[in-house]
Design a protein around this ligand. Structure first.
Ligand code: SF4
Length: 326
C-alpha cells in the first residue's frame, strides 16, 4: 500500500479545505475504503479522519428524524426513535454485514460504499468502474451477482447496501455541505446509474461531504418489512432484497413504498408498482400484479437469469410480511 498522510479533522471547514485538494479522501469507519487501499483500487495521498466531528446524533426534527453521517449502523439499528418510527430502516441495517462491521460502519460510509463486483476488486481484470475505458470483466464473465435493471454497456454492477434500499423507500434525503453551502439530495437521486461513467457512483460534488440523512415522518411503522435473499444467513450481500412499506386503511392500501437491492447500480425504487397498489385491497393477487409491474424492463445476463424469478417472488413475500398476511 502506498504511504499516505493522515489528518484528524477538528472542524467541518477543515474537511472541506482538505478535500478541495486532489488525492485526499475522507475516512470514517474505513470498512470499505481501507479494502480499496489494500487491493490497490485507490491510492490516496492523504486521509482526513472525520470521526471526531459532532455528527453522530440521531435526533427528532419537526418533520421526522435526522441521522448524523457518523451515526454507527449498529447504533441506528437499535435506536428507540428509529425502532418506533422507522422499523424498516432498523431491519435493513441488521440484515447488513456483521455485528463487528456494523459497530464500525457509519451512515455516510454505508452510502459511499462501492460495488462488491469481484472484477472491480481484481486489479488484473478489466473494469470500467476502477479504470475507465478498460472494459467490463463481468459482462462476459461470471455475473451471477449482477444487475437486472439500469445497467449499461459499460457496467452491470450492483450497489451493495441494505440501509440505502430502506432509505430510498422511505423518501429520505441526503444532507451535504460544500463550499457553496448546504443542500439536500433526494435519496433516490443520490446514487447514479452507470451509463457512460461507471466510475461515478453518486451525485456528491467533489468538494462536498455528507453530513446526515433526513427521514420524513410517515405511517408505515406498523406495516413494513425488509427481506434479504442471500447465499448464507449472515455476512453476505443480497442476491435480491426488498424494502416494503404500506399504509393501510382497513384492508385497503392507502400508500405503498417499495425498493429493491441487489438488482441495480443504485437502490431501485419501484414507483409504478407503488402507484398500482394504492387503493387496491391487501391481497396476494394485488402483490403479484405489483411484482409483475416492478419487473418490466428487467434484463438478465448469462449467470443471473434466476433473479428474474427471484425478484418478483421476493417482492410478493416482502409485501405479504409487511401487510401481515403470511
Ligand atoms: Fe467493473 Fe462494473 Fe464491469 Fe464489475 S460490472 S467489472 S464494476 S465495469
Amino acid at each position: 500500500m502506498k504511504q499516505f498522510q493522515y489528518q484528524r479533522a477538528s472542524t467541518q471547514q477543515s474537511v472541506l479545505d482538505a478535500i478541495s485538494k486532489p488525492g485526499t479522501k475522507i475516512i470514517a469507519g474505513g470498512t470499505n475504503l481501507v479494502d480499496h487501499m489494500k487491493h490497490g483500487i485507490i491510492a490516496p495521498d492523504k486521509l482526513i479522519d472525520i470521526t471526531h466531528l459532532p455528527l453522530k446524533g440521531i435526533t427528532p426534527t419537526k418533520t421526522g428524524i435526522h441521522l448524523g453521517t457518523l451515526a454507527l449502523n449498529s447504533v441506528v439499528s437499535e435506536d428507540p426513535l428509529v425502532l418506533q418510527k422507522q422499523p424498516l430502516l432498523s431491519m435493513a441495517l441488521k440484515a447488513g454485514a456483521s455485528q463487528q462491521l456494523r459497530n464500525m460502519a457509519t451512515v455516510g460510509g454505508n452510502m459511499m460504499q462501492r460495488t462488491r463486483c469481484t472484477y472491480f476488486y481484481d486489479t488484473t481484470m478489466p473494469c470500467n468502474k476502477r479504470e475507465p475505458g478498460t472494459g467490463c470483466g463481468a459482462m462476459e464473465g461470471y455475473n451471477r451477482m449482477h444487475a437486472i435493471f439500469g445497467a449499461s454497456a459499460q457496467c452491470i454492477a450492483v450497489h451493495p447496501s441494505d440501509m440505502c434500499v430502506a432509505l430510498a423507500a422511505l423518501d429520505a434525503s441526503v444532507v451535504v455541505v460544500g463550499k457553496k453551502g448546504q443542500r439536500h439530495i433526494p435519496f433516490t437521486e443520490f446514487h447514479r446509474l452507470p451509463d457512460d461513467h461507471p466510475e461515478l457512483d453518486n451525485h456528491l460534488g467533489k468538494d462536498e461531504m455528507i453530513i446526515g440523512v433526513d427521514i420524513p415522518d410517515n405511517n408505515f411503522a406498523k406495516n413494513s418489512y425488509y427481506l434479504k435473499v442471500r447465499d448464507r444467513q449472515s455476512y453476505a450481500f443480497a442476491l435480491v432484497s426488498v424494502a416494503a412499506a404500506l399504509e393501510l386503511s382497513g384492508t385497503t392500501i392507502k400508500k405503498a413504498r417499495l425498493a429493491m437491492g441487489g438488482v441495480a447500480h443504485k437502490p431501485w425504487r419501484l414507483f409504478e408498482a407503488e402507484k398500482f397498489m394504492e387503493g387496491k385491497p391487501v391481497a396476494e393477487d394485488t402483490f403479484k400484479q405489483a411484482a409483475q409491474i416492478a419487473m418490466q424492463g428487467a434484463k438478465a445476463y448469462e449467470n443471473n437469469a434466476f433473479k428474474l424469478k427471484l425478484a418478483p417472488a421476493s417482492i410478493v413475500e416482502a409485501l405479504k410480511h409487511a401487510a401481515g398476511i403470511v
